[in-house]
Design a protein around this ligand. Structure first.
Ligand code: NIG
Ligand code: FE
Length: 418
């Protein structure tokens, strides 16, 4: 067995062994680490780790490849459980409109936003979408992401939604990291259905969904359940239809209002409900009654300049939290999970330990990949990153705006950016 060893590690983070349930409440503060450590990998997996004095000269000499971490941290790669990284082009013109005073919802209501992205994507060839998304995938891997979920939702017609999902499938085939694919036909109501949105819901249920399932293109189903987008009743119908086909859900909820989305998600045993800027007592008690993961996307609140989700209230109620980037051209044009955790600490008062756990192991749970990625444990995929020499993991959210990575390791090998 050809072994790769990383040694001279200042802190090896997330050495928490088997974790069978998402970390919640005060357990989120528990981020075990080893000081002055090493880790060995082979066949793409973690095979051993320990403290420096337990590393024999013999093992080091026999290794196929040896990497000196020079006192840097080694951490499990980020598990980014919510992205829209397949898109045809960026939307900085809307960014400027917002600077001048228009809101995200006003721009969307005037045919911009998601509909704008859908118009461009419709006319963009599949190959081109694969190429640009593949670049973004490598961009996030080089910033330490080791597993990712990607949504459709810029198609909004049967043909274009299937095209987007095929792009995600092509990425899955080429990707060195695990990808989960989510069907988000219910991302926005297309212009042609504005006077009768239920007809679009019918199209999703009766035409899109059977094809998506038949072609095996989705792991999950999603709905943007919010003011001006889809109602709780419509969401209920779509999730019900998805469930009939065996699709579990991960939904957008309560970004723009107390939309009822959280309750609908919990009712349908959604894997996660995401955004949650508008979360009060009723939403927290709904979450406490189920197993659905509350997933927070602080980059979106930052970029749209809206209220941040009440992470403290959610965690202090004893719930788990996952953090994700929401990488997309409209509300979060960055997949830098270091920035995600910085915002979580600075604006949502999460402790560095909580933020790191929420962006790794809890993110893995939000993609049902907890047996494969998310922490440092023997048998897990060797997806991790080595930081520059820094004094402690508190530096990571503190040094906002940076991704202080020296090397990303994917499947036990040094990742080369494209
Ligand atoms: O997660 N909120 C809904 N969907 C995306 C934004 C998509 C867009 O504006 O293109 C989000 O923020
Ligand atoms: Fe999103």
């Amino acid at each position: 067995m050809e072994e790769t060893i990383i040694y001279n590690i200042g802190q090896l983070l997330g050495t928490s062994g088997t974790i069978s349930k998402p970390l919640k409440g005060t357990d989120l503060q528990d981020l075990p680490y080893l000081k002055d450590a090493w880790i060995a990998m082979a066949d793409g997996k973690i095979i051993a780790f320990g403290t420096e004095k337990e590393l024999s000269k013999e093992r080091l000499n026999k290794a196929f490849k040896v990497i000196d971490a020079r006192g840097g941290l080694v951490a499990p790669a980020w598990c980014d459980s919510h992205t829209h990284l397949v898109f045809a082009r960026s939307r900085e013109e809307e960014f400027v409109m917002r600077i001048k005073g228009k809101s995200y919802e006003e721009i969307a209501a005037a045919g911009g936003g998601i509909l704008n992205s859908a118009n461009v994507l419709r006319n963009t060839p599949e190959e081109e979408l694969i190429e640009s998304a593949y670049k973004r995938l490598h961009e996030i891997i080089s910033m330490g992401t080791g597993a990712v979920e990607i949504k459709s939702g810029y198609g909004l017609s049967t043909e274009s939604e299937l095209k987007m999902l095929r792009v995600i499938r092509a990425l899955k085939e080429k990707s060195p990291i695990p990808i989960k694919s989510t069907f988000l036909g219910a991302h926005a109501v297309p212009h042609a259905y504005k006077s009768d949105p239920d007809k679009y819901v019918d199209l999703i249920i009766n035409e899109m969904l059977p094809k998506v399932v038949d072609q095996g293109l989705a792991d999950y189903i999603d709905v943007f359940c919010d003011r001006g987008f889809f109602t709780p009743e419509q969401t209920d119908r779509i999730l019900e239809a998805g469930a009939k086909f065996g699709l579990k859900s991960k939904i957008h909820a309560n970004e723009l209002d107390y939309s009822g989305g959280i309750q609908i998600g919990v009712k349908h045993k959604a894997i996660s409900v995401d955004h949650l800027e508008f979360t009060g007592e009723a939403e927290i008690s709904a979450l406490l009654s189920g197993e659905t993961m509350p997933t927070l996307l602080p980059q979106t609140a930052f970029f749209l300049n809206i209220e941040y989700p009440p992470a403290r209230k959610i965690i202090d109620a004893g719930l788990p939290v996952a953090l994700a980037s929401d990488y997309n051209p409209g509300s979060s044009p960055s997949g830098n999970m270091f920035f995600t955790i910085a915002l979580a600490c600075i604006h949502m008062k999460m402790l560095p330990e909580e933020a790191i756990n929420a962006a790794t192991i809890n993110g893995a749970f939000a993609m049902e990949l907890e047996n494969e990625v998310g922490n440092i444990a023997v048998g897990k995929r060797a997806n991790l990153w080595i930081s520059e020499p820094v004094s402690s993991y508190n530096f990571l959210p503190y040094a906002f705006g940076r991704a202080p990575i020296k090397t990303t390791i994917i499947n036990g090998r040094v990742h080369q950016n494209i």
